[in-house]
Design a protein around this ligand. Sequence first.
Ligand SMILES: C=C(O[C@@H]1C=C(C(=O)O)C=C[C@H]1O)C(=O)O
Length: 500
Amino acid sequence: MSHQSRQHPTALPYHSPTVASQWESTPIAERPGRLVSLFVPAAELDPLSFLRGGYGVERFYWAEPSGGASMTLAGLAVAAEVRVPPVLDDAAPFSDQSDYRFDDVIEQTTRLFEGASFHAADAGDWGVAEVEMDNHPARPRLFGGLAFQDDFVPDNTWSVFSPAHFILPHFQLVQTGHEAFLTINALIAPDEDLLDALNGMREALMARLPAADAISTRRVVSPNLSYPLSPEMWAELVDQATTAIGAGEIEKVVLSRVCELRAAEPIDAAATLDFLNEQYGDCYRFLFEPLPHHAFFGATPELLIRKTGPRVQTMALAGSIPRGQSPGEDDRLAAQLLASPKERREHNLVVETIRRDMAADMTFLNIPDAPVVLRLKNIQHLLTPIEGQLMEPQLGVVPLLRRLHPTPAMGGAPAERALAFLRRHEPVPRGWYAAPIGWLDRQQDGVFAVAIRSAVTQHARAWLYAGAGIVAESQPAQEWAETALKFRPMLGALGAGEAV
Ligand SMILES: C=C(O[C@@H]1C=C(C(=O)O)C=C[C@H]1O)C(=O)O
């Protein structure tokens, strides 16, 4: 691959994260380091206080909706990263580059975990014991995501983001069910004595174990909002889409718009997590802050893929209607959503595309015949939960992301033409909005959500994103109102109340 890289100023002076791509074909013994992870039980640590205690360093957060195998991960600082730089080479036609990000992530991840070791810090008499890594909740997990489009380049808004970027946190707190563990991850030099390294790491781990003094963080107060796309411009955009649909060029395209927010002080995205956990506990809550005050965060209802060994789960989530003012009105609107041919068609396009894209890899794929209604705080959606069993369990989560992203719930149908339509017509680049966000481990198991109901911050500014599926019958005013509802989670999180 010959794409040039652009360096981002993400490294803070006190550490220098190793980019796994530097290891390119170097024999393990000659590499700059190998991954060592050491953990202790940490039932007393609260993930949000832990993050608040890390104000000023890189921070990461991931919380799955409660129930089942749900997991919360909070990360501080960077032990290692997997990053795919942008392609800036105009000479290479974009079509030749498609999918390069996924292969790069797989390669770099595999290299990062080669020769990795995993240890319990409290074995016996405070000894250190090597432990089987693969199913342990404290195992090292890379957290991050990808940009929506393959040809992403970091613009002014997304200046510290990459086409794909995953972080292995230096300190990683994981809660699953009733268990919690704090893990310290580090790359140690090949000539460094493992026991010496482990002793040093254990000291650093124990120093983090007591709950940090919470640094008080402030929520945003009375921010200013603006919408770069006027309702008239939106109507024109929707008309362009319905015209392309009428001409048979595409069947569906998801259009998005942006809300710009200005605050009086730098925005602490982590300070919104209490609100998101309280109000949107039924969603995937995430924070990716690779540089302090440059954060991408949100609370999304949409699972893209959960892979545990041979088992996979995904969903079709498309088709929307507001919540009612009363339980009766809620039910009436839900029935209207289920009965709407337009919403059902929008939804079925997603179901059928997922069926087509997954069927070849599955020994079985269970897709219910009809959707149910998912009722969220401000909006209701049509939902079809999907599960299956992989023919080859060793097929990792990243190839599955490649198959699925973007589903017609985020891009459109047919996918390539819908993406080309968006490149031509959507006025604001999406960055990481509507793209996969989540975690993966050494076995390349993992969980990814679709990063909608999300915002990106830069110091005192934030950009919120919301989109809606457009089909032949779509009306601009209705889609404007739907996107207004989809801004609400982030508006609430950023102190802008229920404003639309
Ligand atoms: C694109 C968004 O939402 C998606 C679009 C939906 C629709 O068009 O009905 C519903 C849920 C999501 O799949 C968003 O929230 O920004």
